[in-house]
Design a protein around this ligand. Structure first.
Ligand code: ADP
Ligand code: MG
Length: 357
């Protein structure tokens, strides 16, 4: 089912921030190589991949597989040993690096906000460099804070050490987006955040991305985070070798090899269920008796399966948003998704229930 989740198109959508100025550009890595001086093995031996405008590409792979190297090559903090990188069809190698970096938002876990600057001044960093007027900057700061669901009056004049880790991370994203860059690089941005806040930040990221539709390269070593956030996932192995580049559903349905299969995990069938909602399940017709337990049709099938199992295997009544009964979710009905044991027969959820909804 190629492309089932690939539903955001290659188009950059405008007017995302309410100012009509959201931009996104396609990113292409073409035979990129990177050898660090004094090292025998290439950090990246030959990497090619294209991220369509407005899509989230998650780079995932074990430590040392070249993920950070790839990011730093894209914004030219380091130079490639070979190949080319094109942003919107234009080689980044020909660009003035300062100008280029203003076009690329960069969010990382280690380098946080400027500690001696207020939230307002942190977010205003690149707009100031670009010489925006005071009024425009002020309006943009307010807009960015709204975009990340923080109250300007409350936080704009605080300093980073007066914020929670999760808030700081969101301000980091706001700062990266302030000058409306067509590309956003995020290198393990939520790596140091506790699991609860991490889930919250992931959800906030998806909500934000639904609005701004940036081209995003997001690095993580967490396959669950990759599946949750990526329109496409690039799995790297040592030497920056691309093991597979596919949508989350394709990756779980058809891992290219043993390395990918192991990386996505033995529970890939369950993970796959997490990408499908009850709307895709052929529900059992009601036969008069209505089981007490009920569940929303928008629930993903993995959670629905868990709910059925928690109820001792009893069917659950599936209802829509208006409380209308649609049928019964049973273990058999869910099992039917794996026709002939082949999860690729399983539909992935469409845009209405997709990640950027
Ligand atoms: P990842 O982000 O996937 O963990 P990196 O891109 O940081 O991996 O590193 C890829 C490989 O390149 C590793 O073997 C690492 O040791 C090496 N490497 C990274 N940075 C440098 C550097 N500045 N000099 C030499 N080797 C480096
Ligand atoms: Mg890294």
């Amino acid at each position: 089912m190629p492309g089932a989740r690939d539903n955001h198109g290659g188009q950059a959508k405008g007017n995302a921030t309410g100012t009509g100025e959201s931009r996104a550009l396609e990113l292409e890595l073409r035979d990129v190589q990177k050898r660090y001086a004094g090292r025998r093995e290439a950090a990246i031996s030959d990497l090619s991949l294209t991220v369509p405008a407005g899509e989230v590409c998650v780079l995932v792979g074990p430590s040392g597989s070249g993920k950070t190297t790839a990011m730093r090559l894209i914004n030219r903090m380091i130079q490639p040993s070979g190949g080319d990188i094109l942003l919107g069809g234009r080689s980044v190698l020909e660009r003035d690096t300062t100008e280029l970096r203003r076009e690329i938002g960069y969010v990382i876990q280690q380098i946080g906000l400027f500690p001696h600057k207020s939230v307002r001044d942190n977010i205003a960093t690149v707009p100031k460099l670009l010489g925006w007027s005071k009024e425009r900057i002020e309006a943009r700061v307010e807009e960015m804070l709204k975009l990340i669901s923080l109250d300007a009056e409350d936080v704009a004049d605080r300093y980073p050490n007066q914020l929670s880790g999760g808030q700081r991370q969101r301000i980091g994203v706001a700062r990266a987006l302030a000058a409306d860059p067509p590309l956003l690089l995020m290198d393990e941005p939520f790596g140091a955040i506790d699991p609860i806040n991490r889930t919250y930040l992931q959800d906030a990221f998806l909500t934000l991305q639904a609005k701004v539709r940036k081209t995003v390269v997001f690095v993580t070593h967490d396959i669950d985070e990759a599946i949750k956030l990526g329109d496409r996932i690039a799995i790297l192995r040592e030497g920056g070798v691309l093991a597979q580049y596919a949508t989350p559903a394709e990756l779980l349905d058809h891992p290219a090899d043993q390395f990918v299969a192991e990386f996505v995990g033995a529970d890939r069938a369950l993970k796959r269920l997490g990408l499908t909602t009850l709307a895709e399940v052929e529900l059992v017709k009601m036969n008069g008796h209505r089981p007490a337990g009920q569940i929303a049709v928008t629930t993903n099938v993995r959670d629905a399966l868990s709910a059925v199992l928690a109820g001792g295997g009893e069917p659950l009544t599936v209802v829509d948003g208006d409380g209308e009964v649609l049928g019964l979710a049973t273990l058999e009905a869910i099992g039917h998704l794996f026709k002939n044991g082949d999860p690729s027969s399983m539909p992935a959820s469409g845009p209405a229930s997709g990640k950027h909804a």
